[in-house]
Design a binder for this molecule. Structure first.
Ligand code: FAD
Length: 470
């Protein structure tokens, strides 16, 4: 049995040790994590040492970059949490138009360096989200309608699998593992770095249009019509029912108040964007910030919280948004409901993200037109329960329009993981999992269990009736 930390100096924190309470915090402060131990690796070699140590001790292993996606991870008492936040190096290859990010890098670490070369990655709305977790789950970003999911724009991964091997996964070397990591989530190993395709985008025409909350219904109807009007892939919009927190550091004019907000992002010319936005501008927004901005500025457009906060939320993919659905969501999400939610958001999806190209990964496409997400602040367990009910009410009101397939990154509650992929992709993911991690040592927030080769070799937790050997 190896003693930890073998040849490396990775700190392994245990519950009695100093720094434990800080280390176990997830970005989402509403999640109270109690793992068996926490590792803070600084290199792929450290990760190998941690995985080997966990194997020796009979622990499972859960990788975490930020803890944005921690809400659905579940109890961790038999698990070493591999916190990759000390692995944040990023390098850009401007000739190949690629970026290599270590596992703990967040999008802010990539966006700035890439912009220096006039390049952009397929980031989502928040600069503080981890590149790795986001991309393993798919990655639906502002440029996604034009260029596709982040997962389908990965050149290669470095990943430590459950056997303690560091593997290079690309289309030639480890093609099955490479396929699984592109949208199959974090069940297949601890990723130590990721090589992303970058795109020659330096500026976009983007901004926010704001209306007072009592205009929400007419604005949402107009937005819904806009998204049904055959928009170009270069044009992306979202609609939000949004309440500013009633906190002292929020400017008085907006503090605690609700607004209807449209985000608009366009990769084409100003003239095209102005023509597309005309129906919304005719509704005379209070504020219109749409203008040419840089890619680093785009990272902050959505005003997602930039520091850890306690949040409870959930999401759903919608196949369509007919006028009836607009009325329904206005009924459950607007200010008059007394909802404790902070934001109820509809994102226009589709475009290249909906096209399943032959070379794509496990999440070949997101077969939906809209992403719905509802979230509120949950500083206390009571608030968490109330906000959870509010989010569940929005999800159930919109269930009649749910797409057949759910999207992993928006699921903040435990789901039937089969709902994230096509049946064929799900079965293939389980076979890849069985090949690289038959004992299900690596656990993800939305786990894929290994295919069962034979009952005798099946992990005990895959069969509630079997008990671990004593
Ligand atoms: C404010 C906010 C904005 C968001 N915006 C978007 C958006 O625009 N588009 C979108 O698609 N999603 C978005 N998301 C969802 C986000 O993509 C998911 O929460 C994602 O899981 C976050 O990844 P992370 O690495 O930051 O989180 P973590 O909680 O650290 O990781 C989430 C999961 O990813 C896996 N994982 C992470 N690191 C590794 C690793 N090194 N090896 C193996 N597995 C690993 C694990 O399974 C882990 O449980 C947003 C979330 C928030 C909170």
């Amino acid at each position: 049995m190896s003693t930890f930390p073998a040849a490396h100096t990775t700190p392994l924190l245990t519950p009695a040790g100093p720094g434990w309470d800080d280390a176990r915090k997830a970005w989402n402060l509403a999640v109270d994590q109690h793992p068996a131990a926490i590792a803070l690796p600084e290199s792929a070699a450290d990760v190998i040492a941690v995985v080997n140590c966990a194997a020796d001790r009979g622990w499972r292993v859960a990788a975490q970059g930020t803890g944005h996606g921690a809400a659905s991870l579940g109890p961790l008492d038999d698990t070493v949490l591999v916190n990759t936040s000390r692995m944040r190096q990023v390098s850009i290859d401007p000739v190949a138009r690629t970026g290599r990010a270590e596992a703990g890098a967040v999008w802010a670490d990539v966006v700035g360096p890439a912009a220096k070369y006039g390049l952009a990655g397929l980031a989502g709305s928040s600069a503080s989200v981890g590149v790795t977790g986001y991309t393993l789950g798919g990655g639906m970003g502002w440029l996604g309608r034009a260029y596709g999911l982040s997962a389908n724009n990965v050149e290669a991964f470095e990943v430590v699998t459950a056997d303690g091997q560091l593997r290079h996964a690309d289309p030639v070397s480890e093609p099955d593992l490479f396929w699984a990591l592109r949208g199959g989530g974090g069940s297949f190993g601890v990723v130590t770095s990721i090589e992303l395709r970058l795109f020659p985008v330096t500026e976009v025409y983007a901004g926010l249009l704001w209306w007072p909350m009592h205009r929400a219904s007419e604005v949402l109807h107009a937005w819904q019509e806009l998204t049904h009007s055959g928009l170009p892939d270069e044009f992306t919009t979202t609609f939000r029912f949004m309440r500013f927190p009633a906190l002292p550091d929020v400017p008085e004019p907006v503090r605690g108040r609700w607004f209807a907000v449209v985000d608009a992002i366009h990769l084409g010319t100003l003239a095209e964007a102005d023509a597309l936005l005309a129906p919304l501008r005719r509704l005379r927004p209070l504020t219109d910030t749409v203008r040419t901005i840089t890619m680093p500025a785009l990272s902050h457009l959505h005003m997602d919280p930039e520091h850890p906060v306690p949040g409870v939320g959930d999401g759903l993919m919608l196949a369509d948004l007919p006028a009836e659905a607009v009325s329904k969501i206005t009924g459950v999400a607007s200010a008059e409901t007394g909802s404790l939610l902070q934001v109820v958001e509809l994102r226009h999806a589709g475009g290249e993200m909906k096209r399943a190209r032959p070379g794509n990964g496990a999440l070949a496409a997101v077969d939906a037109e809209y992403g719905l997400f509802a979230v509120g602040m949950a500083p206390t367990p009571e608030a968490a329960t109330a906000v959870g009910y509010g989010a569940a009410a929005v999800m159930s009101a919109m269930a009649p329009w749910a797409a057949g397939q759910m999207y992993l990154n928006l699921a903040e509650t435990s789901r039937d993981t089969r709902s994230f992929w096509t049946p064929q992709a799900y079965e293939r993911l389980r076979r890849v999992k069985a090949a690289v991690d038959p004992a299900d040592m690596i656990r993800a927030n939305h786990p894929v269990l290994p295919a069962r080769p034979a009952l005798a070799n099946t992990p005990a937790h895959d069969h509630p009736t079997l008990q671990p050997a004593g």
